[in-house]
Design a protein around this ligand. Structure first.
Ligand code: AMP
Ligand code: ZN
Length: 471
Protein backbone atom coordinates (compact mmCIF):
# COMPACT_ATOMS: atom_id res chain seq x y z
CA UNK A 1 0.00 0.00 0.00
CA UNK A 2 1.20 3.49 -0.80
CA UNK A 3 0.46 6.31 1.62
CA UNK A 4 1.17 10.01 1.26
CA UNK A 5 3.55 10.83 4.06
CA UNK A 6 3.33 14.48 5.12
CA UNK A 7 6.87 14.22 6.51
CA UNK A 8 8.50 13.43 3.17
CA UNK A 9 5.73 15.06 1.11
CA UNK A 10 5.38 12.08 -1.17
CA UNK A 11 3.58 8.80 -1.54
CA UNK A 12 5.58 5.97 -0.06
CA UNK A 13 5.21 2.22 0.13
CA UNK A 14 3.81 1.41 3.54
CA UNK A 15 6.09 -0.94 5.42
CA UNK A 16 5.24 -1.57 9.07
CA UNK A 17 8.03 -1.80 11.62
CA UNK A 18 7.13 -5.35 12.49
CA UNK A 19 5.74 -7.73 9.86
CA UNK A 20 2.01 -7.17 9.59
CA UNK A 21 1.62 -5.34 12.88
CA UNK A 22 0.41 -1.76 12.59
CA UNK A 23 0.71 0.75 15.41
CA UNK A 24 -1.73 3.52 14.64
CA UNK A 25 -2.52 6.67 16.62
CA UNK A 26 -5.06 9.32 15.68
CA UNK A 27 -5.66 12.61 17.43
CA UNK A 28 -9.08 12.46 18.99
CA UNK A 29 -11.86 14.67 20.14
CA UNK A 30 -11.57 17.50 22.61
CA UNK A 31 -14.65 16.53 24.57
CA UNK A 32 -16.31 19.84 25.35
CA UNK A 33 -18.89 19.77 22.56
CA UNK A 34 -20.58 17.30 20.27
CA UNK A 35 -18.70 16.15 17.19
CA UNK A 36 -19.43 18.05 13.99
CA UNK A 37 -19.40 16.45 10.58
CA UNK A 38 -15.90 17.82 9.87
CA UNK A 39 -14.55 15.84 12.85
CA UNK A 40 -16.56 12.84 11.68
CA UNK A 41 -15.08 13.05 8.19
CA UNK A 42 -11.55 12.77 9.53
CA UNK A 43 -12.49 9.90 11.86
CA UNK A 44 -14.31 8.12 9.01
CA UNK A 45 -11.06 7.89 7.10
CA UNK A 46 -9.13 6.47 10.02
CA UNK A 47 -11.90 3.93 10.39
CA UNK A 48 -11.65 3.06 6.67
CA UNK A 49 -7.88 2.77 6.93
CA UNK A 50 -8.13 0.40 9.88
CA UNK A 51 -10.92 -1.69 8.33
CA UNK A 52 -8.99 -1.96 5.09
CA UNK A 53 -5.71 -2.95 6.74
CA UNK A 54 -7.47 -5.54 8.88
CA UNK A 55 -9.21 -6.96 5.83
CA UNK A 56 -5.74 -7.29 4.29
CA UNK A 57 -4.69 -9.26 7.36
CA UNK A 58 -2.73 -6.58 9.14
CA UNK A 59 -2.83 -6.77 12.88
CA UNK A 60 -3.76 -3.17 13.68
CA UNK A 61 -3.66 -1.69 17.15
CA UNK A 62 -5.46 1.64 17.06
CA UNK A 63 -5.29 4.27 19.76
CA UNK A 64 -7.32 7.44 19.67
CA UNK A 65 -7.32 9.80 22.61
CA UNK A 66 -9.90 11.96 24.30
CA UNK A 67 -8.56 15.38 25.23
CA UNK A 68 -10.28 16.22 28.48
CA UNK A 69 -7.82 18.78 29.83
CA UNK A 70 -5.19 21.20 28.56
CA UNK A 71 -6.62 22.21 25.18
CA UNK A 72 -6.67 25.97 25.45
CA UNK A 73 -8.72 28.43 23.49
CA UNK A 74 -5.68 29.71 21.63
CA UNK A 75 -2.42 28.33 20.31
CA UNK A 76 -0.21 30.69 22.29
CA UNK A 77 -0.46 28.73 25.55
CA UNK A 78 -2.70 31.36 26.99
CA UNK A 79 -6.46 31.50 27.00
CA UNK A 80 -8.76 29.17 28.86
CA UNK A 81 -9.15 25.43 28.97
CA UNK A 82 -12.00 24.61 26.57
CA UNK A 83 -13.47 22.05 28.95
CA UNK A 84 -13.49 24.39 31.95
CA UNK A 85 -14.91 27.25 29.92
CA UNK A 86 -17.84 25.20 28.65
CA UNK A 87 -18.46 23.52 32.00
CA UNK A 88 -18.62 26.91 33.68
CA UNK A 89 -21.11 28.20 31.10
CA UNK A 90 -23.28 25.13 31.72
CA UNK A 91 -22.76 25.39 35.48
CA UNK A 92 -21.57 21.81 35.79
CA UNK A 93 -18.37 20.13 36.95
CA UNK A 94 -15.79 19.71 34.15
CA UNK A 95 -15.81 15.92 34.58
CA UNK A 96 -19.60 15.84 34.30
CA UNK A 97 -19.26 17.59 30.98
CA UNK A 98 -16.46 15.24 29.86
CA UNK A 99 -18.38 12.11 30.79
CA UNK A 100 -21.50 13.22 29.03
CA UNK A 101 -19.59 14.35 25.92
CA UNK A 102 -17.74 11.06 25.67
CA UNK A 103 -21.01 9.14 25.78
CA UNK A 104 -22.45 11.39 23.12
CA UNK A 105 -19.30 10.97 21.03
CA UNK A 106 -19.76 7.20 21.07
CA UNK A 107 -23.41 7.56 20.12
CA UNK A 108 -22.53 9.75 17.15
CA UNK A 109 -19.67 7.57 15.94
CA UNK A 110 -21.69 4.38 16.38
CA UNK A 111 -24.54 5.90 14.37
CA UNK A 112 -22.14 6.65 11.52
CA UNK A 113 -20.64 3.18 11.84
CA UNK A 114 -17.22 4.60 12.69
CA UNK A 115 -15.84 1.68 14.62
CA UNK A 116 -14.21 2.29 17.96
CA UNK A 117 -10.47 2.37 18.33
CA UNK A 118 -8.92 -0.37 20.46
CA UNK A 119 -8.47 2.06 23.30
CA UNK A 120 -9.46 5.64 24.00
CA UNK A 121 -7.06 6.93 26.64
CA UNK A 122 -8.11 10.14 28.35
CA UNK A 123 -5.56 12.82 29.10
CA UNK A 124 -6.68 13.12 32.73
CA UNK A 125 -6.01 9.41 33.18
CA UNK A 126 -2.35 9.71 32.20
CA UNK A 127 -1.10 12.62 34.35
CA UNK A 128 1.64 10.68 36.23
CA UNK A 129 3.12 9.55 32.89
CA UNK A 130 2.99 13.13 31.64
CA UNK A 131 4.87 14.39 34.67
CA UNK A 132 7.53 11.71 34.15
CA UNK A 133 7.81 12.72 30.51
CA UNK A 134 8.33 16.39 31.45
CA UNK A 135 10.91 15.42 34.07
CA UNK A 136 12.86 13.54 31.41
CA UNK A 137 12.80 16.50 29.05
CA UNK A 138 14.05 18.78 31.84
CA UNK A 139 16.84 16.39 32.70
CA UNK A 140 17.89 16.10 29.09
CA UNK A 141 18.00 19.87 28.78
CA UNK A 142 15.14 20.29 26.29
CA UNK A 143 12.87 22.09 28.71
CA UNK A 144 13.04 24.85 31.31
CA UNK A 145 10.91 25.98 34.20
CA UNK A 146 9.54 29.47 34.80
CA UNK A 147 7.36 30.04 37.86
CA UNK A 148 5.92 26.54 37.90
CA UNK A 149 5.32 26.27 34.14
CA UNK A 150 7.57 24.17 31.94
CA UNK A 151 8.36 25.12 28.38
CA UNK A 152 10.00 23.20 25.58
CA UNK A 153 13.03 25.00 24.15
CA UNK A 154 12.73 24.46 20.40
CA UNK A 155 16.26 25.69 19.74
CA UNK A 156 17.51 22.49 21.40
CA UNK A 157 15.79 20.34 18.78
CA UNK A 158 17.46 20.92 15.41
CA UNK A 159 14.71 19.26 13.35
CA UNK A 160 11.92 21.36 14.79
CA UNK A 161 9.46 22.23 12.06
CA UNK A 162 10.65 19.48 9.69
CA UNK A 163 7.06 18.35 9.26
CA UNK A 164 5.81 21.80 8.48
CA UNK A 165 8.18 24.67 7.72
CA UNK A 166 5.39 27.16 8.41
CA UNK A 167 5.67 26.30 12.09
CA UNK A 168 8.81 28.40 12.01
CA UNK A 169 7.50 31.20 9.83
CA UNK A 170 7.70 34.74 11.10
CA UNK A 171 3.98 35.28 10.82
CA UNK A 172 2.93 32.29 12.84
CA UNK A 173 5.55 33.08 15.43
CA UNK A 174 4.58 36.74 15.55
CA UNK A 175 1.14 35.83 16.71
CA UNK A 176 2.62 33.88 19.56
CA UNK A 177 5.46 36.16 20.70
CA UNK A 178 3.71 38.94 22.48
CA UNK A 179 1.49 36.80 24.57
CA UNK A 180 3.86 34.98 26.83
CA UNK A 181 6.95 36.78 28.20
CA UNK A 182 8.05 33.65 30.07
CA UNK A 183 9.16 31.94 26.86
CA UNK A 184 12.82 32.11 25.91
CA UNK A 185 12.06 31.74 22.23
CA UNK A 186 8.84 32.68 20.49
CA UNK A 187 8.32 29.15 19.17
CA UNK A 188 8.70 27.51 22.58
CA UNK A 189 5.56 25.79 23.80
CA UNK A 190 4.17 24.79 27.17
CA UNK A 191 4.58 21.22 28.40
CA UNK A 192 3.15 21.87 31.83
CA UNK A 193 1.15 24.91 32.86
CA UNK A 194 0.98 26.19 36.42
CA UNK A 195 -2.51 26.47 37.83
CA UNK A 196 -3.69 29.22 40.15
CA UNK A 197 -5.40 28.01 43.35
CA UNK A 198 -8.92 28.52 42.01
CA UNK A 199 -8.23 26.48 38.83
CA UNK A 200 -10.54 23.46 38.71
CA UNK A 201 -8.46 20.84 36.91
CA UNK A 202 -4.99 20.72 38.42
CA UNK A 203 -2.57 18.11 39.71
CA UNK A 204 0.40 18.23 42.07
CA UNK A 205 3.76 18.03 40.35
CA UNK A 206 7.42 18.67 41.28
CA UNK A 207 6.78 22.25 40.07
CA UNK A 208 3.62 22.89 42.04
CA UNK A 209 -0.01 22.51 40.96
CA UNK A 210 -0.58 22.52 37.24
CA UNK A 211 -1.95 20.71 34.21
CA UNK A 212 -0.46 19.31 31.00
CA UNK A 213 -0.11 21.09 27.67
CA UNK A 214 -2.26 19.70 24.88
CA UNK A 215 0.66 18.68 22.63
CA UNK A 216 2.30 16.72 25.41
CA UNK A 217 -0.79 14.57 25.88
CA UNK A 218 -0.62 12.97 22.46
CA UNK A 219 3.10 12.18 22.76
CA UNK A 220 2.55 10.52 26.12
CA UNK A 221 -0.57 8.57 25.22
CA UNK A 222 0.73 7.33 21.89
CA UNK A 223 4.10 6.21 23.27
CA UNK A 224 2.62 4.60 26.34
CA UNK A 225 0.37 2.30 24.33
CA UNK A 226 2.28 1.94 21.07
CA UNK A 227 5.96 2.32 21.91
CA UNK A 228 8.65 4.80 20.90
CA UNK A 229 7.97 4.61 17.16
CA UNK A 230 4.51 4.50 15.61
CA UNK A 231 3.80 3.18 12.15
CA UNK A 232 1.08 5.69 11.35
CA UNK A 233 -0.11 8.86 13.03
CA UNK A 234 -3.22 10.59 11.72
CA UNK A 235 -4.89 13.90 12.31
CA UNK A 236 -6.67 16.74 10.58
CA UNK A 237 -4.59 19.06 8.40
CA UNK A 238 -4.84 21.77 11.08
CA UNK A 239 -2.42 19.70 13.17
CA UNK A 240 0.29 19.76 10.51
CA UNK A 241 1.37 23.07 11.90
CA UNK A 242 2.15 23.29 15.62
CA UNK A 243 0.45 20.25 17.20
CA UNK A 244 2.25 17.54 15.26
CA UNK A 245 5.65 19.30 14.99
CA UNK A 246 5.45 19.73 18.76
CA UNK A 247 4.58 16.06 19.25
CA UNK A 248 7.67 15.13 17.22
CA UNK A 249 9.94 17.51 19.12
CA UNK A 250 8.86 16.18 22.50
CA UNK A 251 8.86 12.51 21.59
CA UNK A 252 12.13 12.37 19.69
CA UNK A 253 13.91 14.46 22.30
CA UNK A 254 12.88 11.98 24.93
CA UNK A 255 13.55 8.69 23.16
CA UNK A 256 16.22 9.66 20.64
CA UNK A 257 14.24 7.59 18.14
CA UNK A 258 12.06 8.44 15.21
CA UNK A 259 8.54 9.11 16.51
CA UNK A 260 6.36 8.33 13.48
CA UNK A 261 7.11 6.63 10.18
CA UNK A 262 4.01 7.78 8.24
CA UNK A 263 2.18 11.01 8.98
CA UNK A 264 -1.31 11.18 7.48
CA UNK A 265 -3.35 14.37 7.35
CA UNK A 266 -6.98 14.63 6.37
CA UNK A 267 -8.16 17.78 4.61
CA UNK A 268 -11.04 19.90 5.85
CA UNK A 269 -14.71 19.57 5.38
CA UNK A 270 -15.77 23.08 4.46
CA UNK A 271 -18.97 25.08 4.23
CA UNK A 272 -19.04 27.52 1.34
CA UNK A 273 -15.29 27.09 1.11
CA UNK A 274 -14.59 27.83 4.75
CA UNK A 275 -13.36 25.24 7.23
CA UNK A 276 -16.13 23.86 9.39
CA UNK A 277 -15.14 24.63 12.96
CA UNK A 278 -16.59 25.00 16.39
CA UNK A 279 -15.13 28.45 16.79
CA UNK A 280 -16.35 29.51 13.34
CA UNK A 281 -19.99 28.95 14.20
CA UNK A 282 -20.60 27.32 10.79
CA UNK A 283 -20.68 23.79 12.10
CA UNK A 284 -23.29 21.10 11.70
CA UNK A 285 -23.30 18.52 14.44
CA UNK A 286 -23.42 14.86 13.51
CA UNK A 287 -26.52 14.36 15.62
CA UNK A 288 -28.29 17.33 14.02
CA UNK A 289 -27.72 16.03 10.53
CA UNK A 290 -28.78 12.52 11.48
CA UNK A 291 -32.18 13.79 12.55
CA UNK A 292 -32.77 14.61 8.91
CA UNK A 293 -30.67 12.13 7.00
CA UNK A 294 -30.01 8.41 6.92
CA UNK A 295 -26.66 7.82 8.71
CA UNK A 296 -25.43 5.65 5.85
CA UNK A 297 -26.10 8.48 3.42
CA UNK A 298 -24.00 10.80 5.56
CA UNK A 299 -21.30 8.18 5.94
CA UNK A 300 -21.14 7.63 2.19
CA UNK A 301 -20.89 11.38 1.69
CA UNK A 302 -18.03 11.58 4.17
CA UNK A 303 -15.91 8.99 2.36
CA UNK A 304 -16.87 9.79 -1.21
CA UNK A 305 -13.99 12.21 -1.68
CA UNK A 306 -10.27 11.75 -1.23
CA UNK A 307 -9.12 12.28 2.34
CA UNK A 308 -6.38 14.68 1.25
CA UNK A 309 -8.80 16.78 -0.77
CA UNK A 310 -11.30 18.87 1.06
CA UNK A 311 -15.00 18.49 0.51
CA UNK A 312 -17.64 21.17 0.64
CA UNK A 313 -20.81 20.31 2.48
CA UNK A 314 -24.16 21.21 1.02
CA UNK A 315 -27.52 19.54 0.67
CA UNK A 316 -27.31 19.15 -3.11
CA UNK A 317 -24.19 17.04 -2.59
CA UNK A 318 -26.16 14.83 -0.22
CA UNK A 319 -28.90 14.43 -2.84
CA UNK A 320 -26.32 13.15 -5.28
CA UNK A 321 -25.08 10.68 -2.72
CA UNK A 322 -28.65 9.46 -2.19
CA UNK A 323 -28.64 8.27 -5.81
CA UNK A 324 -25.45 6.27 -5.18
CA UNK A 325 -26.79 4.76 -1.99
CA UNK A 326 -30.09 3.84 -3.63
CA UNK A 327 -28.20 2.09 -6.42
CA UNK A 328 -26.19 0.11 -3.91
CA UNK A 329 -29.24 -0.91 -1.90
CA UNK A 330 -31.31 -1.71 -4.96
CA UNK A 331 -28.59 -4.00 -6.24
CA UNK A 332 -28.77 -6.05 -3.06
CA UNK A 333 -32.58 -6.22 -3.23
CA UNK A 334 -32.45 -7.17 -6.90
CA UNK A 335 -30.02 -9.99 -6.23
CA UNK A 336 -32.21 -11.23 -3.38
CA UNK A 337 -35.22 -11.37 -5.64
CA UNK A 338 -33.48 -12.91 -8.64
CA UNK A 339 -33.99 -16.61 -9.09
CA UNK A 340 -30.84 -16.95 -11.19
CA UNK A 341 -30.03 -18.93 -14.32
CA UNK A 342 -27.19 -21.05 -15.58
CA UNK A 343 -24.70 -18.45 -16.76
CA UNK A 344 -21.39 -17.90 -14.98
CA UNK A 345 -19.85 -14.79 -16.54
CA UNK A 346 -20.00 -12.96 -13.18
CA UNK A 347 -17.15 -15.06 -11.86
CA UNK A 348 -14.54 -12.88 -13.63
CA UNK A 349 -16.30 -9.68 -12.62
CA UNK A 350 -16.24 -10.69 -8.97
CA UNK A 351 -12.48 -11.17 -9.14
CA UNK A 352 -12.12 -7.93 -11.06
CA UNK A 353 -14.08 -5.75 -8.63
CA UNK A 354 -11.99 -6.96 -5.72
CA UNK A 355 -8.83 -6.27 -7.69
CA UNK A 356 -9.98 -2.77 -8.70
CA UNK A 357 -11.07 -1.98 -5.16
CA UNK A 358 -7.72 -3.05 -3.75
CA UNK A 359 -5.83 -1.13 -6.41
CA UNK A 360 -7.71 2.06 -5.55
CA UNK A 361 -7.29 1.64 -1.80
CA UNK A 362 -3.61 0.77 -2.13
CA UNK A 363 -3.15 4.10 -3.87
CA UNK A 364 -3.18 6.30 -0.78
CA UNK A 365 -6.65 5.21 0.33
CA UNK A 366 -8.42 6.30 -2.81
CA UNK A 367 -11.96 5.79 -1.57
CA UNK A 368 -13.41 7.57 -4.60
CA UNK A 369 -11.86 5.01 -6.94
CA UNK A 370 -12.92 2.22 -4.61
CA UNK A 371 -16.56 3.37 -4.72
CA UNK A 372 -16.40 3.71 -8.51
CA UNK A 373 -15.17 0.14 -8.83
CA UNK A 374 -18.16 -1.08 -6.80
CA UNK A 375 -20.60 0.98 -8.87
CA UNK A 376 -19.20 -0.46 -12.10
CA UNK A 377 -19.58 -3.94 -10.71
CA UNK A 378 -23.19 -3.27 -9.81
CA UNK A 379 -23.93 -2.31 -13.40
CA UNK A 380 -22.53 -5.67 -14.48
CA UNK A 381 -24.56 -7.55 -11.89
CA UNK A 382 -27.78 -5.86 -12.96
CA UNK A 383 -27.34 -7.23 -16.47
CA UNK A 384 -26.19 -10.65 -15.25
CA UNK A 385 -29.16 -11.80 -13.20
CA UNK A 386 -29.29 -14.96 -15.31
CA UNK A 387 -26.11 -16.16 -13.59
CA UNK A 388 -26.15 -19.13 -11.24
CA UNK A 389 -27.78 -18.23 -7.95
CA UNK A 390 -24.59 -19.15 -6.06
CA UNK A 391 -22.64 -16.61 -8.12
CA UNK A 392 -25.27 -13.98 -7.51
CA UNK A 393 -24.90 -14.65 -3.80
CA UNK A 394 -21.14 -14.26 -4.14
CA UNK A 395 -21.68 -10.99 -5.96
CA UNK A 396 -23.90 -9.78 -3.15
CA UNK A 397 -21.38 -10.86 -0.58
CA UNK A 398 -18.51 -8.97 -2.26
CA UNK A 399 -20.64 -5.81 -2.54
CA UNK A 400 -21.42 -6.03 1.17
CA UNK A 401 -17.79 -6.70 2.10
CA UNK A 402 -16.34 -3.88 0.04
CA UNK A 403 -18.93 -1.30 1.03
CA UNK A 404 -18.47 -2.50 4.62
CA UNK A 405 -14.76 -1.58 4.45
CA UNK A 406 -15.90 1.95 3.65
CA UNK A 407 -18.18 1.80 6.68
CA UNK A 408 -21.42 1.50 4.70
CA UNK A 409 -23.95 -1.01 6.00
CA UNK A 410 -26.29 -1.89 3.18
CA UNK A 411 -28.45 -4.53 4.68
CA UNK A 412 -30.01 -2.61 7.51
CA UNK A 413 -32.11 0.19 6.16
CA UNK A 414 -31.94 2.87 8.78
CA UNK A 415 -35.35 3.85 10.07
CA UNK A 416 -34.40 6.07 12.97
CA UNK A 417 -36.90 8.80 13.57
CA UNK A 418 -39.14 7.38 10.89
CA UNK A 419 -40.96 4.64 12.79
CA UNK A 420 -44.48 5.68 13.58
CA UNK A 421 -45.81 3.87 16.66
CA UNK A 422 -49.49 4.43 15.67
CA UNK A 423 -48.80 2.93 12.25
CA UNK A 424 -47.10 -0.03 13.86
CA UNK A 425 -50.07 -0.58 16.19
CA UNK A 426 -52.53 -0.29 13.30
CA UNK A 427 -50.52 -2.98 11.57
CA UNK A 428 -50.75 -5.30 14.57
CA UNK A 429 -54.49 -4.70 14.95
CA UNK A 430 -54.91 -5.54 11.29
CA UNK A 431 -52.82 -8.69 11.71
CA UNK A 432 -54.92 -9.80 14.67
CA UNK A 433 -58.10 -9.21 12.62
CA UNK A 434 -56.75 -11.36 9.80
CA UNK A 435 -55.81 -14.13 12.19
CA UNK A 436 -59.37 -14.12 13.56
CA UNK A 437 -60.79 -14.21 10.04
CA UNK A 438 -58.62 -17.24 9.41
CA UNK A 439 -59.99 -18.75 12.63
CA UNK A 440 -56.51 -18.75 14.19
CA UNK A 441 -57.96 -17.70 17.51
CA UNK A 442 -55.10 -18.91 19.64
CA UNK A 443 -52.62 -16.72 17.75
CA UNK A 444 -54.95 -13.74 17.59
CA UNK A 445 -55.47 -13.95 21.36
CA UNK A 446 -51.72 -14.07 21.85
CA UNK A 447 -51.28 -10.86 19.86
CA UNK A 448 -53.94 -9.20 22.01
CA UNK A 449 -52.37 -10.47 25.26
CA UNK A 450 -48.83 -9.45 24.27
CA UNK A 451 -50.02 -5.99 23.37
CA UNK A 452 -51.73 -5.73 26.73
CA UNK A 453 -48.45 -6.75 28.39
CA UNK A 454 -46.77 -3.72 26.88
CA UNK A 455 -49.65 -1.44 27.79
CA UNK A 456 -51.80 -1.41 24.65
CA UNK A 457 -55.45 -2.34 25.05
CA UNK A 458 -57.56 -3.51 22.10
CA UNK A 459 -61.29 -2.85 22.05
CA UNK A 460 -63.55 -4.57 19.56
CA UNK A 461 -66.25 -2.19 18.33
CA UNK A 462 -69.03 -2.88 15.85
CA UNK A 463 -67.13 -1.14 13.06
CA UNK A 464 -63.72 -2.54 13.86
CA UNK A 465 -61.07 -2.82 16.51
CA UNK A 466 -59.38 0.19 18.06
CA UNK A 467 -56.28 0.38 20.26
CA UNK A 468 -55.72 2.48 23.35
CA UNK A 469 -52.58 3.11 25.36
CA UNK A 470 -53.44 2.16 28.96
CA UNK A 471 -53.03 5.10 31.29
P1 AMP B 1 -10.72 18.79 17.84
O1 AMP B 1 -11.76 18.21 18.75
O2 AMP B 1 -11.02 20.20 17.44
O3 AMP B 1 -9.32 18.63 18.39
O4 AMP B 1 -10.78 17.99 16.47
C1 AMP B 1 -10.82 16.61 16.39
C2 AMP B 1 -10.35 16.13 15.03
O5 AMP B 1 -11.18 16.63 13.97
C3 AMP B 1 -8.92 16.56 14.69
O6 AMP B 1 -8.24 15.51 14.02
C4 AMP B 1 -9.14 17.73 13.75
O7 AMP B 1 -8.05 17.91 12.88
C5 AMP B 1 -10.38 17.28 12.99
N1 AMP B 1 -11.14 18.39 12.39
C6 AMP B 1 -11.55 19.54 13.00
N2 AMP B 1 -12.26 20.31 12.14
C7 AMP B 1 -12.31 19.63 10.95
C8 AMP B 1 -12.90 19.90 9.66
N3 AMP B 1 -13.60 21.01 9.40
N4 AMP B 1 -12.75 18.96 8.69
C9 AMP B 1 -12.07 17.82 8.92
N5 AMP B 1 -11.48 17.51 10.12
C10 AMP B 1 -11.60 18.41 11.12
ZN1 ZN C 1 -2.84 14.96 18.96
Amino acid sequence: MRLYNSLTRKKEEFIPIENKKVRFYSCGQTVYEDAHIGNARTYSYWDVLVRYLRWRNYDVFWVQNFTDVGHLTDDADSGEDKIILTARAKEIQPMVLVESQIRRFYEDMDALNIQRSDIYPRATGEIPEMIEFVKDLLEKGYAYEVNGSIYYDVTKFPNYGELSPSTYSDESVGARIAVNPEKRNPQDFALWIRAPPEHLMKWPSPWGFGYPGWHLECSVMSQKYLGATLDIHGGGIDHLYLHHPNEIAQSEARTGEKFVNYWLHAAFLTVEGERMGKSKGNFILVRELLQEYDPMLVRLFLVNSHYRKGVDFNREALDQIQILLDRLRTSIATIDQASGGNKSNLRDDILQVEKDFIEAMEDDLNTVGAIQSIMQFIKKVNTSLDNEKALLEEAKSIIITLTGILGIKLEEQEQRGKISIPELLDLLVDLRGRLREAKQFELSDQVRAKLLDIGVQLEDKPDGTIWKIKS
